[in-house]
Design a protein around this ligand. Structure first.
Ligand code: SF4
Ligand code: SF4
Length: 97
């Protein structure tokens, strides 16, 4: 009898096969990186956050290409968010299933 061994690998996690899932998370603005005012909202404690639209996406996401339209000025948290990290994989599951 032969037992077939399947090599089950997780699909590759890259931003290229993602739907900007992390851009649906709440993003606090904790340092001034020059985020344009129209993309800033205030939380209940008066803290600055990235504005999110009704469907949850950050208002700075380009809806056609799903890239960040303010990349050079994106908040520190966006810069630190690591592709392939636990949070990234978790958020992909949450949004894309
Ligand atoms: S960092 Fe992760 S969740 Fe964010 S766009 Fe890239 S793959 Fe998607
Ligand atoms: S500022 Fe850019 S990278 Fe950060 S959540 Fe918004 S669209 Fe995504």
């Amino acid at each position: 009898m032969t037992i077939e061994i399947k090599n089950i690998t997780e699909p590759e996690v890259t931003c290229a096969n993602c739907q900007a899932c992390c851009c649906r998370l709440e993003v606090m603005i904790i340092t001034d990186t020059g985020v344009p005012k129209e993309h800033i909202a205030y939380d209940e404690w008066g803290g600055e956050t990235m504005k999110r639209l009704d469907d949850g996406w950050c208002s700075a996401v380009d809806r056609e290409t799903l890239v960040c339209t303010i990349y050079e000025n994106r908040p520190w948290i966006c810069r630190e968010f690591e592709m392939g990290s636990f949070e990234c994989v978790d958020q992909r599951k949450e949004v894309m299933g």
